[in-house]
Design a protein around this ligand. Sequence first.
Ligand SMILES: [Zn+2]
Length: 145
Amino acid sequence: MLPQGPMDSGYYVYGLLYKKPAHGAYQYAHPIMMTAVLRVALEWQAIDRRRIGIGDISLAGGVQTPDHDSHKNGLQVDVRPLRKDGLEEPVCWWDREYDREGTAKLIEVFRTFAPVTGVLFNDSDIPFVKKAKGHDNHFHVELRG
Ligand SMILES: [Zn+2]
């Protein structure tokens, strides 16, 4: 399970699905994902003061859920786009507070320091990302297992 936002880790956890079934339930990560999140957060800390918002990963035991098509093997993670005001709150890619440049940089850091095979996000001005339904207030990162 991903450590839940230890001090100075460079990330914080949130979850769109925290309420069902339980707070933090979607924080089970494959070891490759665990390493990737910790590494990306460390690299990110060196270039930006804002923490990365880590959302759903996987339920324990790879349980299938009605909420997600994937997120079963711990190799997918949802991440919040960055906000210009630095608040650790949701933001959509069309919002005024959305930081496109920062979010593009963050996705680049993921691709540099983790075995990323795809990113789903609806801001088509960001290189590499593919559009997918519902991916307006988070981007979805898929890693190679
Ligand atoms: Zn996702």
